[in-house]
Design a protein around this ligand. Sequence first.
Ligand code: GDP
Ligand code: IMO
Ligand code: MG
Length: 432
Amino acid sequence: MANVVVVGSQWGDEGKGKIVDWLSERADVVVRFQGGHNAGHTLVVDGKVYKLSLLPSGIVRDGKLSIIGNGVVFDPHAFVAEAAKLQAQGVTITPDCLKIAENTALILSLHRELDGFREDAASNSGTKIGTTRRGIGPAYEDRVGRRAIRVMDLADLDTLPSKVERLLTHHNALRRGLGHPEVEHQAVIDELTSVADQVLPYMDRVWKILDDRRRAGDRILFEGAQGTLLDVDHGTYPFVTSSNTVAGQAAPGSGMGPEAIGYVLGITKAYTTRVGEGPFPTEQKNEIGEFLGTKGHEFGVVTGRKRRCGWFDAVLVRQAVAVNGINGIALTKLDVLDGLDEIKVCTGYRLDGEEIDYLPASQSAQARVEPIYESLEGWKETTKGARSWADLPAQAVKYVRHVEELIGAPVALLSTSPERDDTILVTDPFQD
Ligand code: GDP
Ligand code: IMO
Ligand code: MG
C-alpha cells in the first residue's frame, strides 16, 4: 500500500479536484501541500457542484481528515469565506476534520494589492504574467525572505507588532517605488486580529499528525494544485506560479520524509489548456480551439477567464512524467474529443530547423518551438459517462493507448464526465 500524490501534468485545470474527490474514498487523510486560493477545483457529486480553492477536496466526504500543509500560502479571509460557502452547501468543516499547519505563511491584502499593482504596470509594457491576482507570488516572496506572518503568529499578539513592522519596512518601500500609498501598521494588525478567532481553532502541529497517521498505517492522499508546466523551476518560466508544483514538493510542503510520497498520479487532460500568458505550442486559435473550449466548458474557476485550448502535447506530458516520477496518469475529459473527425497529437518540436523531443528551458526558445503533429482518426460515438472500458469506441481506446505509448506512462484512471462516478478504474494507485 502506497500513499498517493496527485499532480497536474500540464498547465493546471486537468481535473485534479474530480480525481482527488474520487480517490479520497480510499484515503484517510487528504493534504494540500503548495499553492493557495489561486487553485480552482471543481467536484460534481450527484449533480451538486462544489468549487474549492484553498480547502482540500477531501473535505466534502465525512470521516476524512483534511490538512492544509505548510507549503501552502494561506489567505485567512479567503478561508473563512470558502468555509462558509461550503458549509451552506451542507459540508461539515470543524477543527476535528480540518487542520492547518501552524507554520503556514499568510497572504494579506498587501500581497493581493502588490500582485495587482505589478500586473497592471506590466500590462502597459506587455510583460504581464496573467496571475490570478490573489497575492500568491508576493506571499511566497515574503516566506523565503523570512518576513512572512505565519498562522502561529495570530496566537502571539505580543510579538505581532514587531513582525508587522518588519514586513511593512519592506512593503512600504516597494509601494513608494511603485507610486502607491503606504500601508498603516494598525490596518495590518486589525486585518489579522479580526480573523484570528476563526482560524486558530484549526491550527495544529501537522508534521506530528502526519507522522502519527503514517505510523498507524493510514492512507495519505496529497492534492497538488496548478500543474507541472506552472512549476516555478520546471515550468514555462517566468509564466509560472510561485511554488514547486511537482510531486517531490509533497514532502517538504507537509512535513513528511520523501519516502512518504509513494505512488505519483499525474492528472492529464486529453487535450491541452492554459490560463494566463506564456508559450503554448499546440494552441489552436481557431474553430478547433473554440470547439474544445465550448464543449469542455473551459473557463477559469477562480477568475472566470476563458482558457486557451489546443491539441494534446505529448512532449510536455512526457517531461512531466520524468520530473514528477509519475507512475500512472488519470486521463480526463476524453468525452470532449467525441465527434471530431481528426485528432492531432504533438509528438515533438521543431526548433530553428532541428527536431527536438523536449521543451527547451529558455523563454525565447519556448516561444519559437513549432509542434510536430501526428494525426489520428476520431470517433463519432459518445464516451460521455462511460464507466467501463468495454463502453469505449475502438478509436477512443486507440487514442488512449497511443497517448500511453507517447508519454511512457500507463492510464490508471479514465474520466468521462465531471460526475464523480463517471470514472473508469484501471489500476488502483493505493494498491500499486
Ligand atoms: P482542476 O483545477 O485540475 O481541479 O480542474 P478544474 O476543476 O479547474 O477544471 C476541470 C473541469 O473539467 C471542471 O469543470 C470539471 O468538472 C471538469 N471535468 C473533470 N473531469 C472531466 C471529464 O472527464 N469530462 C468532462 N467533460 N469534464 C470533466
Ligand atoms: P488549478 O489548481 C490554471 C496560473 C495563472 C497564471 C500563473 C501565475 O485550478 O489547476 P498565480 O496567481 O499563481 O501567481 O498565477 O499561474 N494559475 C493557474 N492556471 N490552474 C490553476 O490552478 C492555476 N493557478 C495559477 O493563470 O498564468
Ligand atoms: Mg482549476
